[in-house]
Design a protein around this ligand. Structure first.
Ligand code: PGA
Length: 257
């Protein structure tokens, strides 16, 4: 499977800025064979970005959704609406949603089910806070977050899912996890996926996120356990994000090694 690189723009870019980026990045993507590429703009720019990327192979993701199909939920957007705007994927359970907007493991579980039911690929984010890491609870926290979503989940043959390990202390701080720290948690995630989903686990890529940059991506993607990256700050300029992907691809272990 190709490594996957997702640009999470968070609350950045007007429609005009997003469209200009998408045209530029769509052209750069032609020189990045072997990578699966996704842009996650804010809701307002989804449709324009999806249109600008048509024919480039670069896909579009929402940054969140609400699990109900429709109704009186002011401010919310459903899975079907994301699909309608041109999305194929959606980020779920980002730590900023959990920390700033009070989202729970159960919310993530319902959102993942709603995404899958609509045919969207959920990118489920998990990760520990600094306090949890220092208290030796990283593994327990990540296992709890995964179990809440995975228990009872059945992936059909056409269902796709991605997991992103994003230590909260590494997001936007300039302090990324070392490859050793990331690999250890990626193995925990892989075991949990295998336990809960059986063979369907093999179709799931596990990304690392948290202060990923062109400077450190190579050390991360050199590990076979790390199958791509979810990138915030370093994805806001098209050239920089393309350079990050280029370096991430170049460091991938060769098949059979
Ligand atoms: P960052 O954000 O790359 O700016 O640390 C990553 C994320 O929140 O997905």
């Amino acid at each position: 499977m190709n490594p996957l690189f997702v640009a999470n723009w968070k609350m950045h870019k007007t429609i005009g800025e997003a469209t200009a980026y998408a045209h530029r990045f769509g052209a750069l993507a032609a020189d990045l064979p072997g990578a699966d590429l996704v842009l996650a703009p804010p809701f307002t720019a989804l449709e324009a970005v999806a249109r600008a990327l048509r024919g480039t192979g670069v896909e579009v993701a929402g940054q969140d959704l609400y699990f109900e199909p429709q109704g009186a939920y002011t401010g919310e957007v459903s899975a079907a609406m994301l699909l309608d705007a041109g999305c194929r994927l959606v980020i779920i359970g980002h730590s900023e949603r959990r920390r700033l907007f009070g989202e729970t493991d159960q919310d993530s579980a319902r959102k993942v089910r709603s995404a899958l039911a609509a045919g969207l690929t959920p990118i489920l984010c998990v990760g520990e806070t600094l306090e949890e890491r220092e208290g030796g609870r990283t593994r327990a926290v990540v296992e709890r977050q995964l179990a809440a979503v995975l228990s009872g989940l059945r992936l059909g043959a056409s269902d796709r899912m991605v997991v992103a390990y994003e230590p909260v202390w590494a997001i936007g701080t300039g302090r990324h996890a070392t490859p050793e720290q990331a690999v250890e948690v990626h193995r925990t995630v892989r075991r949990a996926l295998s336990r809960e989903l059986g063979a369907a686990e093999q179709s799931i890529r596990i990304l690392y996120g948290g202060s990923v940059s062109p400077e450190n991506i190579g050390d991360l993607t050199a590990a076979p356990e790390i199958q791509g990256a979810l990138v915030g700050g370093a994805s806001l300029e098209a050239e920089k994000f393309a350079e990050l992907v280029r370096r991430g691809l170049a460091a991938r272990p060769r098949k059979g090694r």
